[in-house]
Design a protein around this ligand. Structure first.
Ligand code: ADP
Ligand code: MG
Length: 698
C-alpha cells in the first residue's frame, strides 16, 4: 500500500469530517483505497428499458421509463401503505412502499417522467414493484455512458450520500489516481491473461463509458481477488503440511480384517474403495488427516465411516461419530451395532436425551477405554466428554456444524485425532476448491449397484386427481407413498393447518378399509412419532403424511412414491434430500412435485432442475447459482468468502483460472523468492499475518 491509498477519506473533496464519520461507521470506508474498493453493484444503461406488457416472470428485475398517474395511501396509521400507478406506453403497474412513505410521497409528482428499477411481483392479477429505485427522468445524467449504482444506507442517504452522492465521490477520486495505483500482479500474469492494469481497472469500474469498459475492469479486479485468495489458501496448506503432526496407523488392524473378510454386507463400490485408499494413505503420512468426503444421498458413506473407524480401533485408538440430529445419531447407532455385532467392538450412543445415570457410565467407559466407538450429537462436544485415546473423528453432514464446534473435537487428544467430514450436500467443485483449499476432498461419485434412477415430475393443482389415481395404482402394486408438507417452522399455525387439512383430504380420498394413512409431524410426542413411523415401516399403512422431519433418517425401501406439496417453498437441496427417501429398493420410484401456478423464474428453475436430473452435484451447482455461496454453509464464520467483487457461483471459470495460475507460481517458486514475485510476497505475508489461523479448523 502507498500513501495515496491510505489517505483518510475526509481529505477527499466533498467529504469532510461529518460525512467521513458516517462513511466509516456505516460502510467501513476509512481511506481512499476503501472507497476505490466500494464497487457499484450494477450500472444503469439508459438505452435498455423493459415494457410493462413484457413482464412475465416474478422476481425479475425491470427498468421502466414512464409517468406517475396517481398516488394513494391506504392502511391504518401503523401499517400505512403508499402506492402509485405508473404508466408507460404499454401498460400500468403499481409501485408500492410499505415503509418510508412519509419521505417518499413528496417525491412522487403526478405527470412527471421517471425511471424506475426494481423486482416485479404479482399481487392478485396486478404487477407491482415494491420499493423501486426511483429517479426523475430529468435527473438521470444525460451524458452518454453508464451510470454506476452503489448501495447506500438510510443514514448515508440522509446526508446526501445515496447512490448518486457516492457516485460523485468516486468520480472525483478516480480523476486523481493516475500514477498512484501500484500494480499488484506480476507483469507476465497480466499479459498472459490479457488483463488491464490495476489503475485502469479502478478507473473504469467506477466510470465506464461503455459495457466493455466495466467488463474488463471487473474481470481484472475479480481475477486479482480470486488469485490472492487461492495463493493464500495454497500457502496456508503448504505451511500446514509441514507443521501438523498426526497419529500413524501402520496397518488396517485385526477388527478391520475380521469385518472385511467375514461380515461385509456387500461388496464395496469402486468409489468406496478409492476413498478408503485415500484415507489409508493419509493415515500413513504422520500428518493429521483433514478430509472432506462428499457423496450423494444413498451413496454409502456410512460404511466408509465404519471402516475408517475400525482402522483406528485396530491401531489401539477410540473413534467418535457425530451426527447433526438425534434421529440420525440413533439410526447410525442401530445400523452400525447390527453390522459389527459379531466383533469385539464396544459401541455407545450419547445424545441430549441420554439419561444422567447412563451418561456417567459412558463417560467412565470413554475414559478407561472400554468404549471403542462413541456415536452421538452435539453432546459429544461437551468438555466432560473425555476419551482415553481418541484417534478418529467422523462428522456426518458437516454443514450443520459450526467451525468452532468442530475445533473442539481436535482438542480431545494431545495430538489432534484424524478427522473425516462427510456431507450429502455435494459442494460444487469450484467452491470446494476455494472453501476447502486446505482440506483434502474425496468424492463417492457412484451409487451402489441396482438402483434405478427416480422419475421426477412437476404437477400443478389441476392435476391432483390424476396424482391420486397414480398413487392408487402404486399402492395396488404393493408400494407405499410419502406425502410431505412444508412445515418450515413447526410452530407456524398456517403451515400446520395446511398439513392437517391435507391429511384430512388424503384420508377422504383414500378411505378405510382399503387404505391406511399415517401422519408424523414435529408437534407429536416422540413415542407417538415412533409408533406411526413403525406402522409405516412394517407396511401396515400405505401412505405417510409428514413434514420434513422425515428428511433424514428414514429408510423404507418399499416406499416408491414421494409427493412433495407446495414444492415451490422448499430449497433445492432440501428437495433433493427428500427425494432421496425413495429409490432405495429394487422398484422404479417416482417423485412428484406439486405446486401452485404462480411461480417465480428462480422457482421454476429449481423445479425444472429437479425434474431434469438426479445428480446431486448438478443440483448443488444450480443451487449455488440461485442462492449464492453464503447460504450454502456456515461460510461467514471463516471470513473467507467475504469477497468484494468476485462471485464464486457466477465466476467459476475465473476461480479455476486463478487456482491454476496460483498453483503454477507456487510450483515453480514455492517461497516466492524470484524478483518478479517480490510484490506478491509482500502482499501475501501481510495477509497471512493479519488473519487468524482459520485454516486449522475449517
Ligand atoms: P449415505 O451416503 O446417504 O449415508 P448410506 O451409507 O446410508 O448412504 O447407504 C445407503 C444404502 O446403501 C444403505 O442401505 C446401505 O446399506 C447401502 N449400501 C452402502 N454401500 C453399499 C454397497 N457397496 N453395495 C450395496 N449397497 C450399499
Ligand atoms: Mg448418511
Amino acid at each position: 500500500m502507498n500513501d495515496f491509498l491510505l489517505t483518510p477519506i475526509e481529505f477527499l473533496k466533498g467529504v469532510g469530517p461529518q460525512r467521513a464519520e458516517l462513511l466509516r461507521a456505516e460502510v467501513g470506508i476509512f481511506t481512499f483505497g476503501d472507497l476505490l474498493n466500494y464497487f457499484p453493484f450494477r450500472y444503469i444503461d439508459r438505452s435498455k428499458y423493459n415494457r410493462i406488457d413484457e413482464l412475465i416472470y416474478l422476481d425479475s428485475f425491470a427498468q421502466i421509463r414512464g409517468r406517475i398517474i396517481q398516488v394513494s395511501e391506504s392502511g391504518s396509521a401503523r401499517h400505512k401503505k403508499l402506492s402509485a400507478k405508473f404508466q408507460d406506453e404499454s401498460g400500468v403497474i403499481d409501485l408500492v412502499w410499505f415503509q418510508g412513505g412519509k419521505w417518499i410521497k413528496p417525491l412522487l409528482k403526478i405527470g412527471s417522467e421517471y425511471q424506475i428499477f426494481g423486482k416485479a411481483k404479482l399481487y392478485g392479477a396486478t404487477w407491482s414493484i415494491p420499493h423501486p429505485e426511483l429517479t426523475e427522468w430529468k435527473d438521470v445524467s444525460q451524458k452518454s455512458g453508464l451510470q454506476p449504482v452503489y448501495s447506500s444506507t438510510e443514514k448515508l442517504s440522509s446526508k446526501g450520500l445515496h447512490s448518486k452522492g457516492i457516485e460523485k465521490l468516486t468520480a472525483a477520486l478516480v480523476m486523481q489516481i493516475k500514477g498512484k495505483i501500484p500494480e499488484s500482479l506480476p507483469t507476465y500474469l497480466i499479459s498472459e491473461n490479457k488483463l488491464i492494469s490495476r489503475e485502469s481497472a479502478y478507473f473504469f469500474v467506477h466510470k465506464p463509458e461503455n459495457e466493455p469498459h466495466y467488463i474488463h475492469a471487473r474481470l481484472r479486479l475479480k481475477f486479482e481477488e480470486l488469485f490472492f485468495l487461492q495463493m493464500e489458501l495454497l500457502l496456508r496448506k503448504q505451511l500446514g503440511m509441514r507443521k501438523s503432526r498426526g497419529f500413524v496407523f501402520e496397518e488396517v488392524g485385526q477388527v478391520f480384517n475380521d469385518f472385511y473378510n467375514h461380515f461385509m454386507p456387500f461388496q464395496l463400490t469402486g468409489a468406496q474403495k478409492r476413498v478408503l485408499k485415500e484415507i489409508r494413505k493419509d493415515f500413513l503420512t504422520g500428518h493429521h488427516m483433514n478430509r472432506l468426503l462428499q457423496g450423494d444421498v444413498g451413496s454409502g458413506k456410512t460404511l466408509v465411516a465404519l471402516l475408517t473407524m475400525l482402522i483406528g480401533i485396530g491401531n489401539g485408538f477410540q473413534a467418535a461419530l457425530m451426527a447433526p440430529t438425534e434421529i440420525l445419531a440413533q439410526q447410525h447407532f442401530e445400523t452400525l451395532k447390527e453390522l459389527i455385532k459379531e466383533l469385539p467392538v464396544n459401541l455407545e450412543l450419547l445424545t441430549g436425551s441420554t439419561k444422567k445415570k447412563n451418561r456417567k457410565i459412558i463417560h467412565e467407559g470413554l475414559e478407561n477405554g472400554s468404549i471403542h466407538i462413541l456415536i452421538g450429537t452435539h453432546a459429544l462436544l461437551e468438555d466432560v466428554v473425555q476419551f482415553s485415546n481418541l484417534g478418529v473423528v467422523v462428522i456426518d453432514e458437516q454443514h450443520r456444524f459450526g467451525v468452532a464446534q468442530r475445533a473442539k473435537m481436535w482438542r480431545k487428544n494431545t495430538i489432534p485425532p484424524h478427522v473425516l467430514i462427510m456431507t450429502a450436500t455435494p459442494i460444487p467443485r469450484t467452491l470446494a476448491m476455494t472453501f476447502y483449499g486446505d482440506l483434502d476432498v474425496s468424492v463417492i461419485d457412484e451409487l451402489p449397484p441396482g438402483r434405478k434412477p427416480i422419475t421426477t415430475s412437476h404437477r400443478y393443482e389441476s392435476y391432483r386427481l390424476r396424482v391420486f389415481g397414480f398413487m392408487k395404482e402404486q399402492i395396488k402394486l404393493g408400494r407405499q407413498v410419502y406425502i410431505v408438507y412444508p412445515l418450515i417452522n413447526e410452530s407456524e399455525t398456517l403451515d400446520f393447518n395446511n398439513l392437517m387439512s391435507g391429511y384430512e383430504a388424503i384420508s377422504r380420498a383414500f378411505p378405510l378399509p382399503d387404505y391406511r394413512v399415517s401422519i408424523v409431524h414435529g408437534q407429536m410426542k416422540a413415542e407417538q412419532k415412533d409408533f406411526e413411523m413403525q406402522r409405516f415401516v412394517k407396511g401396515e399403512t400405505q401412505i405417510m403424511v409428514a413434514t420434513t422431519v422425515i428428511e433424514v433418517g428414514v429408510n423404507v425401501p418399499n416406499a416408491s412414491v414421494m409427493i412433495i406439496e407446495s414444492a415451490e417453498r422448499f430449497g433445492l437441496s432440501q428437495l433433493h434430500q427428500l427425494r432421496g427417501r425413495v429409490g432405495r429398493g429394487a422398484e422404479q420410484s417416482y417423485c412428484i412435485l406439486m405446486s401452485g401456478d404462480k411461480l417465480s423464474k428462480d422457482t421454476l428453475r429449481r423445479l425444472e432442475t429437479m425434474v431434469r436430473t438426479n445428480d446431486g452435484f448438478e443440483i448443488a451447482e444450480v443451487d449455488l447459482q440461485l442462492r449464492g455461496p453464503g447460504d450454502l454453509m456456515g461460510t461467514q464464520q471463516s471470513g473467507l468468502l467475504n469477497l468484494k467483487i468476485a462471485d464464486l457461483a457466477k465466476d467459476q471459470q475465473l476461480v479455476i483460472l486463478a487456482r491454476e495460475e496460483a498453483r503454477k507460481i507456487l510450483g515453480l517458486d514455492p517461497e516466492l523468492q524470484q524478483p518478479v514475485h517480490a510484490t506478491l510476497k509482500l502482499i501475501l505475508s501481510e495477509v497471512l499475518r493479519s488473519k487468524p489461523n482459520w485454516g486449522k479448523i475449517a
